[in-house]
Design a protein around this ligand. Structure first.
Ligand SMILES: *Cc1c(COP(=O)(O)O)cnc(C)c1O
Length: 494
């Protein structure tokens, strides 16, 4: 199976080459030539562990990895870095299943993919006899940065540089990043927002002069963002795993369709759900949940993607995004895999900040539906679910939960529904506790950790225990315009 660029159908790469490159030179994203389908019945996946399921799914996408290579990567990733043996948990709360994807080292769902990506990447380098030092360049809205650094810290042959919006992440998120150990880890706060960080990183990927300079000095860039196919593929696994769990317990019958609700930012997580559907998981609706930055909701309603609007800082910062990179992979597919057509739409996004898809493309989006939750709705959802079920969820999960309840009320759709629960409430303690008890609004994240522990009964994760007292190891801040300079400084290639 080959991968090609969404902006050039003639470019062909193996899976390992696509993982190494991250982003195509033409600015496009790598996609499988044809999305894979299961090579066995869902029945045969019953009873498999998370790791075994991961192998069954990932081998279909990464077909130039040997069984031994892939299983080695999986075993190194999904071990006791996770605080539950099942790696993720499916919890029924009132009328929906919450798929908890935050049991990894940095307590956000990014761990599901970023604990395996370093191994996929170093294996890919070996397979392709690539002996350059790999520099991971990453933009983060708060969670990717920490999870990527935790994954790459002290991995030989790699360095990682993370850019985050200074002032645009939670206190816990920032402290987690700034205290990251490992000689090969670098964190830089920028004076812009996440879109500025992501655009700056993409620019460096497409900068020919910089690429040549790096090449001469023995470096090569790669990406840990979900634009890297090596990030996306491991995320398909938990949609499959959760469906099989529902089959095993008899909650769904053979062939019964479910809804997946996904709190969405860069469109990576929900695209992974779409890939799972294409594999053969029966899906009724993929519900794309946004916060007040509802560019995706508007897109699904109207067919116009328009980023010309104010960027709103919300209590779900990992979804504060106006340019959802991975949507390009879907646009390419529904446009008949026409790389020229896709390129021209993406070009208008760059020049005019918007594009509109035609009716034929729009008709291929029936599986998706969009919704959004306002800040007040998110807070009320956290408090409602806590009061009715004593379940405490984080702000991102609450966006999805509220969007689902709105959807259900409007459509009366009673399909079994799985809500992707993307972060631990401990990561956003201020917003979560403030929603449950108004008198706590404005109290510092760190002061609320014990209180959160008391009311939720959820053990305090290792990731936040003691975090307050760790020393800050990174303090670089730069202007958005200076990102390239900063990278050259860090790598010593000025
Ligand atoms: C990254 C993130 C999201 C958004 O996921 P995308 O793949 O970017 O759509 C949602 N919630 C949390 C907690 C995240 O860290």
């Amino acid at each position: 199976m080959f991968y090609r660029s969404t902006r050039n159908n003639d470019l062909k790469m193996t899976a390992s080459q696509a993982i190494l490159k991250g982003l195509s030179d033409d600015g496009g994203l790598f996609v499988p030539e044809a999305l894979p389908k299961f090579d066995k019945g869902l029945d045969e996946l019953k009873g498999l562990s998370y790791k075994e399921t991961a192998y069954e799914v990932m081998k279909l996408f990464l077909d130039d990895f040997t069984e031994e290579e892939l299983k080695k990567c999986i075993n190194k990733a999904y071990d006791d870095k996770f605080d539950t043996e099942s790696i993720c948990e499916l919890k029924k709360v009132n009328d929906a299943y919450y798929l908890e994807l935050f049991h990894g080292a940095t307590i956000a769902f990014k761990d599901m993919a970023l604990s395996i990506l370093p191994h996929l990447l170093t294996t890919s380098a070996k397979k392709n006899n690539m002996d350059k030092h790999i520099v991971i360049l990453t933009a983060t809205s708060g969670d990717t940065g920490k999870a990527a650094m935790a994954g790459f810290a002290d991995v030989e042959g790699t360095s990682i540089i993370v850019f985050y919006p200074k002032g645009g992440v939670s206190k816990v998120q920032e402290k987690q990043m700034l205290t990251q150990k490992g000689n090969n880890t670098h964190v830089v706060g920028i004076t812009g927002n996440f879109d500025d960080a992501q655009t700056g990183v993409k620019k460096m990927f497409n900068d020919k002069e910089l690429k040549e300079k790096l090449d001469k000095k023995g470096f090569i860039f790669s990406s840990a963002n979900s634009i890297n196919i090596g990030r996306l593929v491991p995320q398909v696994v938990y949609y499959v795993y959760s469906y099989i769990k529902l089959l095993e317990s008899g909650e769904v019958k053979d062939g019964e369709k479910v809804n997946f609700v996904v709190p969405t930012g860069n469109f990576g997580n929900i695209l992974a759900a779409y890939y799972a559907y294409n594999l053969g998981i029966p899906v009724n609706k993929l519900i794309c949940a946004s916060n007040d930055n509802k560019v995706l909701y508007d897109f699904f309603e109207t067919g116009t993607y328009d980023k010309n609007r104010d960027f709103i800082l919300t209590t779900s910062p990992s979804m504060d995004i106006l340019i959802s990179s991975n949507l390009e992979r879907l646009i390419y597919m529904i446009g008949g895999e026409d790389s020229e057509k896709n390129s021209s739409l993406m070009k208008s996004l760059t020049t005019d900040g918007k594009y509109t898809i035609d009716n034929e493309m729009k008709s291929k989006l029936d599986l998706f539906t969009g919704g959004y939750a306002t800040e007040a709705e998110v807070a009320k959802e956290i408090s409602d679910i806590y009061n009715s079920a004593h379940y405490v969820m984080d702000t991102h999960t609450a966006v999805a939960s509220k969007v689902y309840h709105n959807y259900k009320e409007k459509t009366k759709d009673n399909s079994v529904t799985v809500i992707a629960s993307t972060a631990s409430p401990y990561k956003f303690a201020t917003s979560v506790m403030g929603a449950i008890d108004e008198s706590l609004i404005g109290t510092d994240d760190f002061e609320l950790i014990d209180e959160l522990n008391r009311i939720s009964g959820m053990p305090i994760p290792k990731a936040v225990e003691g975090l307050k007292d760790l020393s800050v190891l990174h303090n670089t801040v730069c202007d958005t315009a200076d990102m390239k300079n900063t990278v050259e400084d860090i790598l010593g290639i000025k």
